[in-house]
Each structure stands twice: as C-alpha cells, then as structure tokens.
Design a protein around this ligand. Structure first.
Ligand code: MSP
Length: 703
C-alpha cells in the first residue's frame, strides 16, 4: 500500500512553544501535504513529551501537578497549531500524541517487555540490572560524560552542563541498563547499507564516527523515589523508565504498537516505518538509541532520520530569553501572513544547516519574493486577462494565419519553449523537494516566476492590446502566464497552502491544488474560455517601518524602547562612581554655545552595541558592570554609573550606543573599555540610554 508516515519530535511539556517548535511543525506539515497531494495516504504525528524530572520540577515551581503542567503546556501547543494552520482542521497533523495517554503506557510497557526478553547480537541479555553512578543533567535528562560537562572552578562543586549551564546532579542508584555497547556493529552495518538512513550526509558521518568511537550501555530506568513521573518498569514498579525510552516509543504506540485501540484506528503495519524529522541537537537519540531499541525488539527500523539545523538570531547567536533575541509566536501571528512565515522558514534555512531569523529579514523576503515576485506576477496576469480578455482564459494557440504577425512582435510562436522550460523546472523542483532541499526547490520555482515575468515584460501586452490584429498574440502571452501560475500554484501548495489556493481560485480552476499531483501536470490543461475569479492581491506589501515600530512597541524583550521606569545614566569611566550627570535640564539642553568641525566629530567612534550581561559592582551602589557585544571578536567590558536607575536584568539584550574609542580606564579594579551614551534630563539629570527603534547590527557605526 502506498502510505507515508512523518513525525516531528514530541515537545517537552515544561515550557511553552517557540519558533524552533513551529519550524519543525512547518517542515513536517509541508512534507505531509506534498505526499497527500500525490495521492499517498499520509499520517503526520506531532505531540508532547510529558514525563520526567524536568516536567516534575516545572510543575512544582508553578504549583501544579505534573499532569496539570502538561495540560497547561498542551493548550499552548494546540493554540499554536490552530493559529498557524497546522492542526487536523486545517489539513495538518493527524495526531497530537501525548505520552500520558493510557494506550501509550500500554505500548511502551510492551516494548520494554520485548526487549527485556531479547538477546543482543553478541548473545547477552539486552536489558540487565546494574548500578549507575554519574553526573546527570536534569534539563537534558541524561548522564554527562567528561567531555559533555564544564569542570567546576572550585573543588567540591559539581560540574555544569555545557548546554544548560546548570549544576549537574551526582546520581548513584540501581538502574536497568540497555546493552547498547553490543549494538555497534549492527548499527554501523545499517548506517553503511542505507546511505539515506540518516540525512544530511554530514550528519550521517557524525553518527558513524560516534558509533565507531565506542558505545556505552545506557541507563534506562531511575528509581521511583528519584523520578516518579513516568512509566513504571513492567514487573518492577520501583523503577521509572528513562524518559527518552518512553518518548521515542511514542512514534510506534501512536499508530497501534502494543494496543488494540490505536491499531484499529490507524494501523502499525500500514504506516510504519516513519520518517523522523528532528533537530540536530537530538539526532543521537534518534539515530543511535532508537534504532538500537528497535533492533533489540525486532521491529523494522525507521524509514529515515532527517536532522535540521537551528534558528539563530540575525547576528548568528542562539536565541534565548536572557538575550532578548527570541522570535515570539504572538508577534509572528499578529504581523505576518502564515504563508510568508512558511515560505521564509523553508527558503531561508538551507535544510540541515543553521539559519538566521529576524523580523526584518522576513519582511524583506516577503516583499521581494512574494509581494513583488509571485504576487505581482499573479495580479499582473489576472488583471490583464480581466481587462483585455473579458475575464476569460484566452486561447493558448496562435492560428496559422496569424503566425507571421505574431512573429513580428518578437513573441515566441513555439509554445513548447515555455512549456519545456517549466516542465524542466518542475522536475528539478520535485527532485529537490523529495531530497528535502526546500531552499533549492523554491529557488527553482522562482526561476519560473522570473522567466514568466520577463516574458510579459518583453511581449508588452499593453501594446499588443492596442492592435486588434494582435489579439491572438496577446491572448497567447497571457495564456502562458496563467498556465504557468497554475503550475506554480500546484507546486507551491505544500509550502504555501493558502496563497496557492487563492491563486488557483482566481485563475478560475476547479478543485484545489491540494489534490493536484505536480508530477502529473500537463501543459495546456488550463481551459480556454473559462471565467477567472475575482482578482485580489495574494501577498500585500508589508510596510517595514510600520511593522517594526509596532513590534518594538509591544515587545518588551527587544529592548529598543526605554520606559521611564527603566531609564538610566550612562557614564564615562571616571575614577568616582559617577553621579547622574548634572547638566542638561530641559531648558539648558537647547543652548549650544560653540561649534565643532565635522572632523572633530569624526574622532568619536560611536558604535551600536548589545548588552550581553549586566551586574552590580560589589560595594559601588551606582555602578553596573556591562559586557557589550560590539560585533568584535570579544565583548567589551564597560562600567556605567546607572545602577540607581536601571535593573541590570532589564538591560540584557538592549541595543545601546557606545563610545568605542575612549581610552580604557580602571574603575574599582575593573577596566572599562568604552562608554554608554545616554540623554540626561530633569533636575537630577535622569539618564535615558540612547537606543534604536529599528533593528541594527552590532558594531554598526554612527555617523
Ligand atoms: N522532547 C524532546 C524530543 C523527544 S522526541 C522523541 C525534545 N523536545 S524540545 O521541545 O526540546 O525540542 C523539540 C524540537 O525543537 C527539537 O527538534 C529541537 O531541535 C527543536 N528546536 C528547539 N529550538 C530550535 C531552534 N532554535 N531552531 C530550530 N529548531 C529548534 O527535544
């Protein structure tokens, strides 16, 4: 049977969804739509990973039970999937899987039982009881080896996790182990036999070298008295299953492994094996542990494990709340069309590699590729059909007796030229798409947009329309443009469902591009004489300045708008912790008394910086010690006498203006390597840090 199964990772239920989660859903949703469009029965899974100590801790902190915590987070995921058109109702996922579902408990227990009865390829028990002692990171839910943690600065302190920067717990306890070390050869043989098993290729190579480096047995249970929130180990309820064992298994329990109810509703044999889409950060769990568990249980391995990169901020840094550089889902929802977000995600990130996400970049892309590109082509073509052809699709053929006339205008009378170009582009598009090279696929589609645009510009339909004898030539040009739009709309449907449907409707074509297999498109099937729909802009142009100022007015973390409450003093590195600058009451701020030459001003090197960290200086109640990113190799350390006006935490992420060439000075034992610029007003010289209302890269010079 022709079926396909695609999964996103299931998201931890300890924190709310963000761009990274939205991205994994968009990619899987695009893959699922493309398969369905080709008539393949597709099952698309997403959901939440709801067990483990992290969720237990998050719940405790919020005064909830772990289940209440999971329910709370799930409402946000459901909100995200509905608002961004990714849920079942909008043609998106088929199941929102939750690991707290009773059928999942049943299925995981079944898998455990199977593995605990199994022998490894070397004839040992696949699961055995032992003792484990090691450094455990609660946030990663895994033990850390020496090269995975930061050694403590002071003796006696615990090491810290390299990912989370939080102290590790020393854990020593009875534990069940999965004998992963016996699966190295079996895994290597799969990785070598199936070059597409882990993608992209460089990630596959990483996995291969990890396995070759030697695999350690994996602790797959914790004592119930240290982790109680999870699935109990069958026949030994004093143990709770390792959360990754439980979570990975969701991919098979969802479709019916180990439980009748889901088996009837979906069917394990029908859909397994799956394509797992994962972030590169969780590749090892999916490409090593999961296949090893499946090998042990004698279950077919996944179809493929595909790892994508991470979204970074426009300056190439990891997104984090503390840096104030996260992309907020509410902002995306309020200011950007869903299809523009989907297009940006798939066009901007070279699949597998990290990408940079910024609101401005998104607006620029949407304006250039969508509003001025595809959108313009669509409204231009349809408006001309409305005006010159009475809103009916013209004929795509030039009659024999008009061929010579048409040739005189320079219009190509051979329709196979444009048809051939588009067919070739479609084949390339499909090829890239099937290799999950979305960015390349979209580039190819836009080569069609450019080509058709040029065809219109060269043919000048508005001139042809003036000559009654060239009516057929005009019709042919517009037919070719409209037929190309039909093809584009079918090709682009999985990426931009709404926009594609809109173009389809406006072309007056029956049905929906969701049902049109792009590999089966035939040139010339757009019906001559059919009425087009009402012409409307598909991608209205976005007003960048307006949207950016609306975003910065509502986004506290952007740090580009100082409020009265968090106003500051900027201070030169003087030997005294500086008092708020005395001068500048509103009245005397105006009177400039002497002028300088432009060259004098040019001596001051003013740069855009971003506050990376801010802390109070011990025993100096007016001073803050700031680390500021000026786009240089190392951040600058700058002291500012603003502690009485600004909470250090509120400064993190804020864009500031720095005098970058001020001679460094020492203050209270700290070297200050520049000065923060601020306005100063009122009787007590209240400071307000100079900042920007538009996004600007760190290190940019003020002139
Ligand atoms: N619960 C585990 C997965 C278990 S699957 C059996 C987990 N959850 S997660 O919520 O932390 O992450 C889910 C996915 O979001 C991961 O694939 C991760 O790579 C992805 N992303 C998180 N931040 C991201 C970006 N900044 N950019 C792109 N994807 C990112 O891991």
């Amino acid at each position: 049977m022709n079926t396909f199964y695609v999964t996103t990772p299931i998201y931890y239920a300890n924190s709310l969804p963000h761009l990274g989660h939205l991205y994994t859903m968009i990619v899987s949703d695009t893959i699922a739509r493309a398969k369905r469009q080709r008539g393949i029965e597709t099952y698309f899974l997403t959901g939440t990973d709801e067990h483990g100590i992290n969720i237990e801790r998050a719940a405790q902190k919020a005064g909830r039970t772990p289940k209440e915590q999971a329910d709370y987070v799930v409402t946000y995921y459901k909100k995200m999937t509905s608002e961004f058109g990714l849920d079942t109702e909008h043609g998106g996922f088929d199941i929102f899987m939750r690991t707290t579902e009773p059928f999942h408990y049943q299925g995981v227990s079944e898998l455990w039982r199977r593995i605990s009865k199994a022998k490894t390829p070397r004839g040992n028990d696949a699961i055995y009881k032992g003792h484990y002692e090691g450094w455990f990171c609660a946030a990663c839910a895994e033990y850390k080896t020496e090269d995975e943690y930061q050694k403590p600065k002071n003796e006696g302190e615990p090491p810290t996790c390299l990912i989370h920067d939080t102290p590790l717990d020393r854990v020593s306890e009875e534990s069940y182990f999965f004998r992963l070390s016996d699966y190295d050869e079996a895994l290597l043989s799969v990785l070598e036999r199936r070059p597409d098993f882990v993608r992209p290729e460089y990630r596959r190579n990483e996995v291969i070298s990890f396995v070759r480096g030697g695999l350690q047995d994996l602790s797959v249970s914790r004592l119930k008295n240290s982790v109680s929130w999870g699935v109990p180990v069958p026949d030994d309820p004093a143990h709770t299953m390792y959360v990754w064992f439980d979570a990975l298994t969701n991919y098979i329990t969802a479709i019916g492994f180990g439980n009748e109810e889901r088996q009837k509703a979906v069917g394990f044999e029908k859909f397994w094996p799956a394509l797992h889409l994962v972030g590169k950060d969780i590749l090892r769990f999916h490409a090593i542990y999961w296949p090893a568990f499946l090998l042990a249980a004698d279950i077919e391995l996944p179809r493929a494990i595909v790892a994508h990169g991470m979204w970074l901020d426009p300056n190439g840094r990891k997104m984090s709340k503390t840096l104030g550089n996260t992309v907020e889902l509410d902002v995306l929802r309020d200011h950007f069309p869903i299809d523009a977000i989907r297009y940006f995600c798939l066009r901007e990130m070279v699949f597998g590699q990290d990408g940079r996400f910024g609101y401005e970049g998104l607006i620029d892309r949407a304006n250039s590729d969508l509003a001025s590109g595809l959108g313009n082509l669509s409204s231009r073509t349809l408006t001309m059909i409305a005006r010159y052809c009475d809103s009916r699709i013209p004929s795509g053929l030039i009659p024999e007796d008009k061929l010579l006339l048409a040739k005189r205008t320079g219009v190509d009378t051979d329709e196979t030229t444009v048809a051939g170009f588009i067919e070739h582009a479609r084949d390339q598009f499909v090829h890239h798409f099937d290799n999950l090279a979305f960015s390349k696929a979209l580039e190819t589609a836009w080569s069609v947009v450019a080509r058709v645009d040029k065809m219109l510009t060269d043919a000048k339909p508005w001139d042809l329309a003036k000559d009654e004898n060239q009516k057929q030539t005009l019709g042919v040009v517009l037919y070719r443009a409209a037929e190309s739009l039909r093809w584009l709309s079918a090709m682009l449907y999985p990426v931009m469902p709404e926009a594609s449907r809109a173009i389809w409707r406006q072309l007056g074509v029956d049905g929906s591009p969701a049902q049109v297999d792009p590999t089966q498109l035939n040139w010339g099937e757009l019906k001559e004489g059919s009425a087009i729909g009402e012409v409307q802009p598909v991608f209205p142009r976005m007003d960048k300045a307006k949207i950016m100022s609306q975003i910065s007015a509502t986004e506290p973390s952007a740090g580009v708008h100082a409020t009265e409450a968090d106003a500051v003093v900027a201070v030169a590195p003087t030997t005294q912790p500086a008092p708020p600058m005395k001068h500048a009451t509103e009245a005397d701020a105006v009177g400039v008394t002497s002028f300088i030459e432009i060259d004098d001003f040019a001596k001051v090197d003013l740069r855009v910086g971003q506050v990376l960290s801010a802390e109070r200086v011990p025993k100096a109640d007016k001073l803050l010690l700031l680390k500021i990113d000026l786009g240089e190799e190392q951040p600058r350390q700058i002291l500012a006498g603003i502690a009485q006006y600004y909470e250090p935490e509120k400064l993190i992420g804020r864009k500031v203006v720095i005098v970058a060439n001020l001679k460094p000075r020492k203050l209270r034992g700290f070297e200050s390597q520049g000065m923060v610029v601020a306005a100063s007003y009122g009787e007590e010289g209240r400071p307000v840090i100079a900042t920007f209302t538009e996004d600007v890269p760190n290190g940019a010079r003020l002139k």
